[in-house]
Design a protein around this ligand. Sequence first.
Ligand SMILES: [Zn+2]
Length: 398
Amino acid sequence: MSPSAGQDYPRSYAQLRGWFDEDWKCLDYLDWLRWPTGFVCPHCGSDHGWRASDRRWRCAGCDRRVSVTAGTIFDKTRTPLSVWFATAWLLVNGKTGVSATHLRREMELGSVQTAWAMLHRYRSVMVRPGRDRLRGEVEVDESFLGGPQPGVPGRGALGKVLFAGAIEVEGGGFGRARLGVIPDASADSLAAFLHANVEPGSCVVTDGWTAYPPATKGDYIHQGTSVAASGPPAHEVLLGTRLVFSLVKRWVMGTLQGSVSPEHVQAYFDEWVFRFNRRHSGSRGLLFYTLLRQAVDSEPVIYRSLRKAGRTRSAPPPPHGPRSNPPSRDVKQPRHGTRAALRDQNAPLTLQRLCRHVGSPGPLPLRRKEPRSADDDGHHGQRLRHRDGPLRPHLLPP
Ligand SMILES: [Zn+2]
């Protein structure tokens, strides 16, 4: 039975925040996703166990305590699961996904690295092992991503990356797509891409590149179209792959601003394909459900292993000399604060003393207290009585 919206997964972002406002609720949901027919111990395979008060299972077979997040991308995370859940929603439901910088701001995360690692953990589970390969009539072509950008010096960490794309042609439209980084456009590399992504026996439509006949030989029906020889204008052949290439390039170079290191291009492709292949999905919550289910079914990816694969920017050099105050502590003490005046002389603060303290020649002329209007949040006068802060200029005598 297929899962239903509002019952098996949230219907909207608002519902998601309502359902998963606390971590124990997220744990319960993951528990239900991971073991839909009941607990199975990942160590000994026993299906008998008890759930302890900390929501971990105690296996009856091996007596181990098992957490639902053990062995998943959520393993040993210090980020609240409610944040992970909201991130999953943003990642699969935004038309262009979500960038690490945006996610850090939105979820108030400590650093962009944390946001980046979360997104990459999700990307690592977007390809379901053993997923069905493309079938029927399939267009295949290859293209470049990145490369030097004229007029944009220093922008875009992405060097030139060669990749292949495939898309099913169905009636008047297109079906599922696949993208894969390839080392070169040789027959061996293209054959490896085809075998990983296209079901043998399918009809593979390509351009006239000489590597395609040997790459498809034996396993596929090859239909090559040489644009130059056969006559059809370039915009009439391989429409599907042209569409995919233009969309994915616009996404990488536009939304991600090309700040993708070549080692991570495949992960970004996986994310793009995940959304593209589900573009007709009636419910957006279903994508969230699918991603979380795949997340509890797979092996953990640790941040270090992600970093090892390559990073966007090199780390800054360690600072020399003694440690200075962090920016938050590096605030100069106000020279003329009302509190400081009180501390200094422990005497009642008069208008004269205040004026002396701030270096004014004389007392302010007495003014009638005027009611001030509230600010947007309905606060009255807070700005004047900020704790320990220096006096605001408009309080000082002219
Ligand atoms: Zn066990």
